[in-house]
Design a protein around this ligand. Structure first.
Ligand SMILES: [Zn+2]
Length: 429
């Protein structure tokens, strides 16, 4: 009997292979004039990338005999192909044009609908993967599920769910409201190491794939100071240890120096904003292998549009005090050799889909175009721990691409106007 069983299993296996392989395998060949190999740091002429069932099967030269003849074709002649971009700091379920108390005009589910629109805008802007570092009500998990199931278009989403922080801190959802308005139980606020341990476990239970903590004050919250530390070292450490035990990385919102340095000592994987970091922070980041995710474009938008959007006067004053300093820190951190990823705060701070505006700011403040592009591809994939999936045009990774007209290493602003976007081998723009 065991032999008969084994035989029938082999037969079924062969039958399944026969039925499935030729029928289900969707093969697409993407061709362009040039391709940016972000791993090698060079342009490749006349590439032909073969994508089978959503993943890259081969990276060939045009005319290669191994290119499948009967495959679908995406011909991007005259264009430059790059890996799909990754934004490591977005807020899908936010609207940058609705700030301050104006947010109270809307019911909770409104923000999920906003998130659906924002997901599409970011995808069509060439961002085929986004890390969503904070939204309420598990909106990002729901949007991710709807995108993955094909209900709505959107990038690959790495959800953090709630951003976790202390009572009255930057990520306390009812900060800025009187006591009688608050606190509805939300899994975003805790005090003490055990409290943070429990929050990490809770958001992980409900779909978080990365943990976001708020270690210092922020700009868009009304009542706190960006430089002020809002989680103790012990609280940060508890959150990090618990997250790492669960296999999750930790993104730490930190503007102020002591908060940044405690986050680095506690093992946070990415420092968001990093505005007031100094030489000691740079050394700690390098020693611990942490990444800086610095949203240095935002200052332009906040100072130009913030008041019109209803942003708190307090927030505008904080931005004026910290915006330029953050850009100077960015330049110094990059020069010191701190590893950088591309994170913008898009969706939350400036309109969804304008993510690529930050490339030019990064170049203006000292980063060569290739490194700015790597921050949004190769480096982002490393910081996510998903080098097998995204961040480069390489065999095995998803067939995610963005194309531009011209050479983005000469003019990084070309990324603001992608001519084509492909996700999993399917053209979405
Ligand atoms: Zn943010």
């Amino acid at each position: 009997m065991p032999q008969a069983k084994a035989t029938s299993r082999i037969f079924l296996g062969a039958l399944a292979a026969l039925l499935c392989a030729p029928v289900l395998a969707a093969t697409t060949v993407v061709t362009a004039d040039r391709m940016l190999d972000v791993l090698a740091g060079r342009m490749v002429d006349k590439p032909a990338v073969v994508v089978v069932d959503g993943r890259i099967r081969a990276v060939l030269a045009q005319g290669d005999a191994a290119i499948p003849k009967d495959a679908g074709r995406i011909d991007l002649s005259g264009q430059t192909l790059l890996p799909g971009l990754v934004d490591m700091h977005v807020h899908l379920a936010s609207d940058a044009t609705i700030d301050g108390y104006r947010e109270l005009d809307y019911t909770d589910a409104f923000w999920v609908a906003v998130g659906v629109a924002n997901a599409r805008a970011m995808l069509e802007a060439g961002f085929t993967t986004v890390r969503n570092v904070g939204s309420r009500g598990y909106a990002d998990v729901g949007i991710k599920q709807a995108v993955d199931a094909g209900y709505v278009p959107g990038p690959r989403i790495v959800p953090a769910t709630y951003a976790l922080g202390s009572t009255g801190g930057h990520c306390d959802g009812t900060e800025g409201l009187p006591p009688s308005f608050a606190p509805v139980a939300t899994p975003s606020v805790a005090d003490g190491p055990e409290g943070f341990r429990k929050l990490v476990r809770t958001v992980h239970k409900y779909g978080a794939e990365v943990i976001k903590i708020c270690a210092t004050g922020g700009v868009l919250s009304r009542t706190d100071a960006p430089g002020a530390q809002q989680m103790s070292f012990e609280e940060i450490k508890a959150a990090v240890d618990e997250a790492h035990r669960l296999g999750l990385k930790v993104a730490a919102h930190a503007h102020g120096l002591s908060g940044i340095n405690d986050c680095l000592r506690a093992g946070c994987d990415t420092i968001e904003h990093a505005s007031l970091a100094n030489e000691e922070s740079f050394a700690l980041a390098k020693a611990h292998g942490a990444w800086f995710s610095m949203d240095i474009y935002d200052d332009d938008y906040i100072l130009a549009e913030g008041r019109k959007n209803g942003m708190f006067e307090e927030s505008l004053a904080k931005e004026r005090a910290i915006g330029l300093k953050q850009r100077q820190t960015f330049r110094a951190a990059y020069a010191a050799g701190v590893k950088m990823i591309f994170g913008t705060d898009n969706g939350g701070v400036f309109p969804a889909g304008q993510n690529a505006l930050q490339f030019a700011t990064m170049v203006q403040w000292g980063m060569p175009p290739l490194e700015a592009i790597r921050a949004a591809t190769r480096n982002a994939a490393q910081a996510l721990g998903r080098e097998g999936d995204v961040g480069a045009i390489e065999v095995g990774r998803y067939g995610d691409f963005v194309a531009v007209q011209g050479d983005p290493l000469q003019d990084v602003r070309l990324l603001e106007h992608p001519t084509a976007v492909i996700k999993g081998g399917e053209r979405v723009k």
